[in-house]
Write a protein that binds this ligand. Structure first.
Ligand SMILES: Cc1cc2nc3c(=O)[nH]c(=O)nc-3n(C[C@H](O)[C@H](O)[C@H](O)COP(=O)(O)O)c2cc1C
Length: 275
């Protein structure tokens, strides 16, 4: 039986378990001194490729938040589980102006498009510039940032997901007790399930297309849409075509409606390659 638990500060960590990605955010203060600290209140914000953005939540007195506000730039570095000790070292409350990386075995390297350094040992890195800073209340600040470089270790680029997960060996944060004891697990126990498509033959797709005629070209394009989203695409396309006063879906109209719905070549390529 469930019970209604009182919501207290830090509910997301103390009461509710949210496994999270652990990163080390590197910044520069207004005098150009390096700061590094772990952050896991991080989530993708804009998942498309035109304005890729990320969201982060901070205690607003942290040096990292203040540096981001002052300089508008930062780097998100993802350490592997083998660097947990170094990562925890960067969490200690060093005075302003202390470069925490100097107390670790991490190697500082220049970033590609922003001034704060990256960490060589981290195999995936996001270089970011500020889009918006949001002051939520007296204690919390949020940052929505543009991803200006997505850097990954070369060996990972063509690796399948399972090998990549093992090579990255990312620690997963499981929350803390007393703001002192931090719990982690490793991504070394990997399971995989294949999502089976509900296969529809081309004839079944045609049968699904009710209400309007689709020419040969638009039907060809429709066959390339993954089966799982085909019905939604048909419904959306026909509704949009009716709004435009069209009575037939031509290849040209289908292309136009797809683009208006954000389905440009890069998005379609992602679906078709399964990448
Ligand atoms: C694994 C881990 C994740 C953390 N995530 C966050 C976070 O998302 N937001 C936050 O404000 N503090 C977070 N902290 C606490 C900060 O890292 C800590 O307060 C640090 O000393 C801040 O350093 P700074 O003042 O140099 O930015 C986290 C700590 C750890 C160990």
């Amino acid at each position: 039986m469930h019970t209604d638990v009182k919501i207290k500060p830090f509910w997301y960590s103390d009461t509710f378990v949210f496994p999270k990605l652990i990163t080390i955010v590197t910044t520069l203060n207004s005098e150009g001194k390096v700061n590094a600290a772990p952050y896991s209140h991080i989530m993708q914000y804009d998942v498309m490729h035109k304005t890729p953005r990320i969201y982060l939540g901070f205690r607003n007195t942290s040096h990292t938040f203040q540096n981001i506000r002052d300089t508008g730039e930062f780097v998100i570095n993802c350490p592997s589980a083998s660097h947990l000790k170094d990562m925890m070292e960067t969490a200690r409350f060093h005075p302003e102006g202390v470069n925490e990386l100097e107390h670790t075995s991490f190697t500082q390297i220049p970033s590609k498009r922003v001034k704060p350094p990256s960490i060589a040992e981290c195999k995936q890195i996001l270089e970011c510039t500020v889009d918006k800073v949001v002051d939520l209340d007296a204690t919390q600040g949020h940052v929505i940032a543009n991803i200006v470089s997505l850097m990954v270790e070369e060996e990972l680029v063509d690796m399948g997901r399972e090998d990549r997960l093992r090579a990255l060996d990312l620690p997963i944060g499981l929350g803390d007790e007393r703001r002192a004891d931090y719990f982690y697990c490793h991504s070394d126990n990997i399971e995989m399930y294949t999502l089976e498509d509900i296969e529809e033959s081309a004839d079944e797709v045609v049968a699904l297309v009710t209400g309007m005629d689709w020419d040969e070209g638009s039907m060809k394009a429709l066959r390339r849409v993954p089966a799982g989203v085909r019905r939604t695409v048909i419904r959306h396309t026909e509704a949009a075509a009716k709004e435009k006063g069209a009575t037939e879906i031509t290849a040209e109209l289908y292309g136009q409606i797809s683009k208006e719905a954000g389905m440009d070549d890069a998005v379609l390529d992602r679906f078709q390659s399964g990448g």
